[in-house]
Design a protein around this ligand. Structure first.
Ligand code: FES
Length: 340
């Protein structure tokens, strides 16, 4: 048996490695040619400290208090030279990936299909040069053929597969949009680097509230793929907002998730007051549709900056801070601003 260990470096790069049963994270990383900070490898110096807030693990019993105190251990601090995973885990490493002989992986994404889902959304399906492990919600940088430019996009597909997909906002004059609209053809190769970002699905231990605006649906779909695969008992609810009814995409995928998972439901919200949609306005005007207490929920929000700011303001005004709040702002024509 082996477990996946997602190493989150402080520069936002994530590297997922395989850890064998009974193996320490430090040894597994070494096998994967990732040199984590270390000095003694005996639980004495504390140089290999990281933080693990997700997954089960054995801390080991051969370290000394000076290397790791009980308070630190209770707070999720671990020694990677001692820690033995007992499930898939995510470990934050307080060092840049470049200092660990690592860095974002570089792959090639070969275009399979480009489909216009609506006037505002393009779906890009690719085959990767090799399967890429990432945490659902994370993004990669995709190079634009014929230029030195790249854009950041979150996967809308599940981690670990060789086929991958993205939802891309169709921006007039946008370089990636123009390429996809006017030139892209099956077989085109796009350089891809990643995965990156701290916006990713945590262990589902509380109800999950998902808020998506426009193509901010992409990382939410990736998260739902994993939840559907692994199963979860907690309720999961998505509020998905767009400007016009025609901007609603991937509803068949959302319906399929709802069919497969009795704990998942969703509602859509449309801004345009001229539409005949049932829920008009902004997602903040429809929080009463959430079927559980927001204060008890892990909340994931991905959308354009005004939406993210409006939701943050809403939580502040209503004094209903979620149990945890992870968000990602995207701007279709510039690199992503990530936060969590
Ligand atoms: Fe010294 Fe882990 S490397 S405690």
């Amino acid at each position: 048996m082996s477990f996946k260990v997602a190493l989150n470096f402080e520069d936002g790069v994530t590297r997922v490695i395989e850890c064998n049963d009974g193996e320490t994270v430090l040894d597994a990383a070494y096998r994967a040619h990732v040199k984590l900070p270390m000095d003694c490898s005996d639980g004495v110096c504390g140089t290999c400290k990281g933080t693990c807030k997700q997954g089960k693990y054995d801390l080991g019993d051969e370290y000394i208090d000076e290397a790791l105190t009980d308070d630190e251990a209770a707070d999720g601090v671990v020694l990677t030279c001692q820690m033995v995973p007992e499930s898939n885990v995510v470990v934050s490493i307080p060092a840049a990936s470049s200092l660990c002989s690592s860095g974002p992986q570089s792959l090639t994404a070969t275009v399979e299909t480009v489909q216009s889902l609506s006037e505002t959304t393009i779906e890009l399906n690719v085959t990767l040069s090799e399967p890429l492990q990432f945490l659902p919600g994370q993004y990669v940088n995709l190079g634009i053929p014929g230029s030195d430019d790249s854009r950041a996009y979150s996967f809308s597909s599940a981690p670990g597969a060789q086929k991958a997909s993205f939802l891309i906002r169709n921006v007039p004059n946008g370089k990636m949009s123009s390429y996809l609209r006017d030139k892209a053809a099956p077989g085109d190769e796009l350089p891809l680097t990643g995965p990156l970002g701290s916006f990713y699905l945590r262990a589902v231990e509380r109800p999950v509230l998902m808020l998506a605006g426009g193509t901010g649906l992409a990382p939410i779909l990736s998260m739902l793929e994993l939840i559907a695969e692994e199963g979860a008992e907690k309720q999961v609810f998505l509020l998905y907002g767009v400007t016009n009814v025609d901007d609603l995409v991937k509803l068949e995928a959302l319906n399929a998730f709802a069919e497969k998972m009795s704990n998942f439901s969703y509602a859509t919200v449309v801004v345009n007051p001229d539409s005949k949609h049932e829920k008009l306005g902004f997602v903040t005007e429809h929080m009463n549709a959430v079927p559980f207490a927001i204060a008890d929920a892990d909340t994931y929000l991905c959308g354009p900056p005004p939406m993210v700011d409006a939701v943050r303001q809403y939580f502040k005004q209503e004094a209903t801070e979620p149990a945890s709040f992870h968000y990602e702002k995207f701007n279709p024509s510039t690199p992503k601003e990530k936060a969590a």
